[in-house]
Design a protein around this ligand. Structure first.
Ligand code: NAD
Length: 464
């Protein structure tokens, strides 16, 4: 399979395309490796993960260059990729020794409490199948690898076909870190072939999926055969509210980057912007002005903060959505065009005059497009929350205000897995992350991820 550089559209390398036979072999390797890895002393697993983190940091420049070439990331994000990956691994490296159960004041079966010791054990869930998207190579994979290995599980990873290089590189570093062969396996391949086989595989105990809501539904169906556990991190259409008391000098760049960072190719993208009518002109023209200082182009040039879209197909899809938004009456305040020349670049685009029933306000674009609406004083917090929650998604959101009551009420009323105040999509390994409604099932990051990859056993010891 050719791997293409999104900034030029040209091939940079080829990788092997795995199918059913390779998935079978990888699942079998993961099953074989499970007993020894899960029985390893917690500190030994900690040391492996710390060494893995160190190796990633030592290869930061390679990782940056590869993520720019393979994933089309801008230099700035490429720069932070190794740091982010190591941060996650170090956080989860601390978990093997903290997977504790409970002792319970229990007296089952009529036994006296003094004759019983009841407790719980946390055990690894088993072989995990992980399926990842293309929008943040290394990061998306590490979010699965780190907690899965910390929990004592083994893993078969099927990365996105657009970005197959990162996982191969990570697998090589994992071996160097002393993680035994078979614990972490990678199979590149097509979603409908290798991905679907993994999701349906009877030898897999759990699927951890990140990707589109549509494919998430396929995963749920495919997993039903052996009723494997499933967690899903899916799409989003996250609302951003700007109130009249917001500090505009921070808010304008903040909301522009919430919508346009990574060319809008991030699940938490702040793609629905609601601005109080009294400041709507100022915010719209402020975003247009701010975007003049942000250049779009290949990540190989550090001056470019916005890179290409991942593929020709994605570029064409975004272009078509921009066209339909215009046809439906939305007005492009800035951007609105694809860039000529090689690669798949789309100008960051701010649309005004949007309404909630438009496609551009409802469907995830996964491109650099913000759909803006205004609100006024006749709308109370409940009415604003109704606007925010008029979506099949519930992943992220933010509120920009200096008013404590506004912040408190809006953060409670927005139906999403994450809300920021005067910041958008804050990410930290310790903070649970995931979606409500059709944005997903379960939470990754933090202790929540350890719940995803462990199961609880209740033990009763009786003296009779
Ligand atoms: P996608 O759903 O098309 O593909 C994701 C993965 O699923 C790929 O590895 C693909 O090969 C695989 N796949 C495709 N069809 C499959 C099938 N039938 N069975 C099993 N696997 C299959 O998503 P994408 O285009 O790679 O990524 C974009 C989407 O991912 C967006 O919707 C975005 O919001 C979402 N996303 C969500 C998060 C989150 O944490 N919530 C993070 C990043 C991206």
């Amino acid at each position: 399979m050719d791997v293409l550089d999104p900034a030029t559209g040209k091939p940079i390398t080829t990788v092997c395309l795995g199918g059913k036979a390779e998935i079978d072999a990888a699942v079998s390797a993961a099953r074989d490796a499970l007993p020894a890895w899960s029985a390893m002393a917690p500190d030994a697993r900690t040391q492996c993960l710390l060494k893995f983190a160190g190796l990633i940091e030592s290869q930061a420049d390679d990782i940056k260059q590869l993520s720019i070439l393979d994933g089309g990331l801008p230099d700035m994000i490429g720069d932070s990729t190794a740091w982010f990956s190591a941060l996650f691994l170090r956080y989860y490296a601390g978990w093997p020794s903290k997977l504790t159960g409970q002792t319970l004041p229990s007296s089952p079966n009529g036994l006296a409490p003094s004759d019983v010791l009841a407790y719980t054990l946390r055990e690894p869930i088993g072989v995990v199948g992980a399926i990842t998207p293309w929008n943040y190579p290394y990061g998306m994979e590490i979010l699965k690898i780190a907690p899965v290995l910390a929990a004592g599980c083994t893993l078969v990873l099927k990365p996105a076909e657009e970005t197959p290089v990162a996982s191969l590189y990570l697998a090589e570093l994992a071996l160097q870190a002393g993680i035994p062969a078979g614990v972490f396996n990678v199979v590149n391949g097509l979603g409908e072939d290798a991905g679907a086989t993994l999701a349906a595989h009877p030898g897999v105990d759990k699927i951890s999926f990140t990707g589109s809501t549509e494919v998430g539904r396929h995963i749920v169906h495919a997993s039903a055969g052996n009723l494997k556990k499933v967690s899903l991190e899916l799409g989003g259409k996250s609302p951003v509210f700007v109130f009249p008391d917001a500090k505009l000098e921070q808010t304008i760049p903040g909301v522009a980057l919430a919508g346009f960072m990574m060319s809008g190719q991030n699940c938490v993208c702040g793609s629905r912007l609601y601005v109080h009518e009294s400041i709507a002109d100022e915010v719209a023209s402020g975003i247009a002005e701010f975007m003049k200082s942000i250049s779009v182009g290949p990540g190989s040039d550090p001056a470019n903060m916005i890179g290409p879209l991942i593929s020709e197909r994605q570029r064409d899809r975004v272009e078509a959505m921009i066209g339909r938004a215009r046809d439906n009456g939305a007005e492009a305040i800035t951007g609105g065009h694809t860039l000529p020349g090689e690669g798949w670049f789309v100008e960051p685009t701010l649309f005004r005059n949007c309404s909630s029933d438009m496609e551009i306000s409802q469907q995830e674009v996964f491109g650099p497009v913000i759909a803006m609406q205004t609100f006024d004083d006749s709308q109370d917090y409940e009415a604003l929350a109704a606007l925010a929650n008029d979506s099949q998604y519930g992943l992220s959101g933010s509120v920009w205000t200096q008013n404590l009551e506004t912040a408190m009420r809006m953060t409670r009323l927005i139906d999403s897995g994450q809300v920021g105040v005067n910041t958008h999509a804050a990410m930290d390994p310790s903070m649970p992350f995931g979606g409500n409604k059709q944005s997903g099932w379960g939470r990754e990051f933090g202790e929540a991820a350890m719940e995803l990859y462990t199961k609880t056993k209740a033990v009763t010891l009786a003296w009779t």
